[in-house]
Design a protein around this ligand. Sequence first.
Ligand SMILES: Nc1ncnc2c1ncn2[C@@H]1O[C@H](COP(=O)(O)OP(=O)(O)O)[C@@H](O)[C@H]1O
Ligand SMILES: [Mg+2]
Length: 237
Amino acid sequence: MKAPLVKIHRLGFGIKGLDEMLSGGLIEGTVSAIIGAYGTGKTNFAQYFIWEGLKQGQNALYITLEERTSRILNYMENKGWDVSAFLDTSFTIVNLDPSDFNLAINSVKNELPTLIKKTGAHRVVIDPISLFEDLFHDDATRRREMMRFLESIRDLNCTSLLISEADKTNSFISKYNLIEYLSDTVILLKYARGSDSTDVHLAIEVVKMRMSQHSREVKPFEIHQDSVIVYTEATVF
Ligand SMILES: Nc1ncnc2c1ncn2[C@@H]1O[C@H](COP(=O)(O)OP(=O)(O)O)[C@@H](O)[C@H]1O
Ligand SMILES: [Mg+2]
């Protein structure tokens, strides 16, 4: 007799086209990465992920290494979301100051697992993880420490989304070409030029998703004031 299949829970972004590409959403308990050059919409997607969780009554933790807490709140409220109603209860924003790098590295490594437990966070975003990766002095240390770090958050009862800057010369890989190997799911955001080569569009691709079927197609998307639309019926070129 075949063993019964374990029911997989998925966490959507609340962005229809993307959730379709992910067969419903990120798998609960996994670590995912969104990789893209600046301005491709990474922070937007991370915020949708958080907001979708809050709406469903899940606790969320947003670690920001780049922007002040007030700016994050502004961005989210400008989308028409009443996020402040969730602050101090189900929504926690933590701003790590990258100017104090030693503090940041220790905070992320040692205190984040505690913080995830304490806040009961179901969804965790680190934006951007690249600033954390910058802290390590050499590739071997970075790889070892990042592997340990990801294992420590995988052991917790949360689903994590790591936002990663793209490499400067190859926007299809992350800054250190490491996070894509360590993550269970990798979503790539990129600029795509149409055949008329005048307009530049944004495009999204699910490059990898462990334990799941997913779309392998590159789909165009648009960011608007209060929506992100992924055009699953369209092709980029
Ligand atoms: N309110 C908005 N209306 C239309 N486009 C927006 C809006 N907010 C952001 N964008 C688009 O999203 C881009 C930045 O998105 P963001 O998520 O901050 O990117 P990243 O985190 O990858 O740098 C902007 O360059 C702009 O093109
Ligand atoms: Mg950003």
